[in-house]
Ligand binder design. Structure first.
Ligand code: GLU
Length: 449
C-alpha cells in the first residue's frame, strides 16, 4: 500500500486532471490535503471509504445565465454560480460573491474552504459558495436591484432553508441580500426567513452579523497571542481591506487598546500614523460608499500609497482582510523581518502558497482564514437558529456566543495540532485536521453518498 503522502498526491493528480486550469481550486485543495497525512495514518478507515476522493468533488454545481438591463436600456449578461460542496453536517451554507474575478475556480476554492470552516464552528452547516462575475462598482441602486432580482431568478430553484442558505461575501452586503430576499419571496410565494442570512435587523436578521467576521477575527487572534502571554494592549496592527471585515476588526482592535494603522481598497492603501479614525472610515465606506483615497483628504495624519505594499509597514500583528493572494512570500518575509508576532486572515486565502510556507517555517503565530474568519458564518448559523425559533437575541447574547465559538475553534486547532504534529501552534494542520475529521466522521456514518 502507498504511503499517506503518496495517496494524497494521487488524489491531487486526479483533481488537477478533472478540473483543468482551476488554479485557485487546486491551491485550496492542496493546502488542506497536504496537512492531512498524519490524520490518514491515524484513521485508515477514511482512506477505505474514499473520503478524500469524495470530499474534493462538489455534490452539485449550478451554473446559470444572469441577464439584466442597465439604466440606459443596454442589455448585459453575467454568469451565476452556486457550488453545493458538502452537506454531511447540514444544509449547504456559504456566501455569494459579486466581483469581476469570479469564476468556477474561485467559487470552488471558496466552497471547499467553507466546508471545513463551517465544521470548525460546531454548527450544523454544510459547505457551499456562489456568486457572479458582475461588477457592482459604479452601478446605480436600481441596476443593483435588477441584477439581484435576475440572479435570484436563476438561483431560487436550488436553495431553501433546509437545502442551501446563501449569505454575503465580497460585493454582497445588506442591500443585495434585501433585494435577493424580496425576489425569492415573490418567486416562491412565502416568507421563508431562513433561506438567506445577513438579512436586515427588522425582518429576520441577527444583531452582530455585520460585525461578526471582524470581531471573531480579533477574538481568534487574541487567543493566539494569549498562548504566548501577550494581549492586544498597545500593539500596532496593519489591516488591509475596508469592507465589513476590515472595519469591524478595526472597531474591535480599538476597543482592546490596540492601534490599527492601515486599510485599503482598489484605489490604494492608507497609513495613518495616529491610528485609524473609525468614524471617518465608516462614514466614507458605509454612508458615502466612497474610496479610501477620500479619507486622506480629511485626515492630516494619513497618507495614501498606490505603490509599494501595505505589508512593508512594521507592525506587531497583521490582519489581511481584503481578498485572495494579497500577501505573497516576499511580503511574509518583510513582515517577519520587521518583527511581526501574529498574522491572522480575515479574508479567504489572502496568503499565497509561498507566503504560507514562509510563515509556517517561522515562529510567527499564523491563523489561516478557515479558523480565523469563521465568526461570520458562525453568526449566520445563529441567525438561522433565531429564525427557526422566531426569536431575536440581544446584542450581548450573540456577542457572547460568538466569542465562545471563536475560543472553541482556537482550542480545537491547538488540540488537533498537538495530536497530529506534536506541538500546539501549527494552526494550518490544526484547523484542517479538526475540520476534516468532523466532516469525515459524518460522511462515514451517512454511507457512500
Ligand atoms: N462569506 C462569509 C465566509 O466566507 C460568510 C458566509 C455565510 O455567512 O454564510 O465565510
Amino acid at each position: 500500500m502507498s504511503t499517506a503522502n503518496e495517496y494524497i498526491e494521487s488524489v491531487l493528480d486526479g483533481l488537477r486532471v478533472r478540473n483543468p486550469g482551476e488554479l485557485e481550486f487546486h491551491e485550496a485543495v492542496t493546502g488542506v490535503l497536504d496537512s492531512l497525512a498524519p490524520v490518514l495514518e491515524q484513521h485508515p478507515v477514511y482512506r477505505d471509504a474514499a473520503i478524500l476522493e469524495r470530499v474534493v468533488e462538489p455534490e452539485r454545481v449550478v451554473h446559470f445565465r444572469v441577464p439584466w438591463v442597465d439604466d440606459e436600456g443596454k442589455h448585459h449578461v453575467n454568469r451565476g454560480f452556486r457550488v453545493q460542496f458538502n452537506s454531511a453536517l447540514g444544509p449547504y451554507k456559504g456566501g455569494l460573491r459579486f466581483h469581476p474575478t469570479v469564476s468556477a475556480s474561485i467559487i470552488k476554492f471558496l466552497g471547499f474552504e467553507q466546508i471545513f470552516k463551517n465544521a470548525l464552528t460546531g454548527q450544523q452547516i454544510g459547505g457551499g459558495k456562489g456568486g457572479s462575475d458582475f461588477d457592482p462598482h459604479g452601478k446605480s441602486d436600481n441596476e443593483i436591484m435588477r441584477f439581484c432580482q435576475s440572479f435570484m431568478t436563476g438561483l431560487y430553484p436550488f436553495i431553501g432553508s433546509k437545502r442551501d442558505i446563501p449569505a454575503g461575501d465580497i460585493g454582497v452586503g445588506g442591500r443585495e441580500i434585501g433585494y435577493m430576499f424580496g425576489q425569492y419571496k415573490r418567486l416562491v410565494g412565502s416568507f421563508e426567513s431562513g433561506v438567506l442570512t445577513g438579512k436586515g435587523l427588522g425582518w429576520g436578521g441577527s444583531l452582530i452579523r455585520t460585525e461578526a467576521t471582524g470581531y471573531g477575527l480579533v477574538a481568534f487572534t487574541r487567543e493566539m497571542l494569549q498562548t504566548r502571554g501577550e494581549d492586544f494592549e498597545g500593539q500596532t496592527v496593519s489591516v488591509s481591506g475596508s469592507g465589513n471585515v476590515a472595519i469591524y476588526s478595526i472597531e474591535k482592535l480599538l476597543s482592546l487598546g490596540a492601534k490599527p494603522v492601515s486599510f485599503s481598497d482598489s484605489s490604494g492603501w492608507v497609513y495613518d500614523s495616529e491610528g485609524v479614525d473609525l468614524d471617518l472610515l465608516k462614514e466614507i465606506k458605509e454612508v458615502r460608499r466612497g474610496r479610501v483615497s477620500d479619507y486622506v483628504k480629511e485626515r492630516p495624519s494619513a497618507e495614501l500609497h498606490t505603490d509599494s505594499s501595505i505589508w512593508n509597514v512594521p507592525v506587531d500583528v497583521a490582519l489581511p482582510c481584503a481578498t485572495q493572494h494579497e500577501l505573497n512570500g516576499e511580503h511574509a518575509r518583510t513582515l517577519i523581518k520587521n518583527g511581526v508576532k501574529a498574522v491572522a486572515e480575515g479574508a479567504n486565502m489572502p496568503t499565497d502558497a509561498e507566503g504560507v510556507e514562509v510563515f509556517e517555517a517561522s515562529d510567527v503565530l499564523y491563523g489561516p482564514g478557515k479558523a480565523a474568519n469563521a465568526g461570520g458564518v458562525a453568526v449566520s448559523a445563529l441567525e438561522m437558529q433565531q429564525n427557526s425559533a422566531r426569536q431575536s437575541w440581544s446584542r450581548e447574547d450573540v456577542a457572547d456566543r460568538l466569542d465562545k465559538i471563536m475560543e472553541d475553534i482556537h482550542t480545537q486547532c491547538v488540540e488537533a495540532s498537538q495530536k497530529y504534529v506534536g506541538r500546539p501552534d501549527d494552526y494550518v494542520t490544526g484547523s484542517n485536521a479538526a475540520g476534516f475529521v468532523r466532516v469525515a466522521e459524518a460522511m462515514i456514518s451517512q454511507g457512500a453518498v
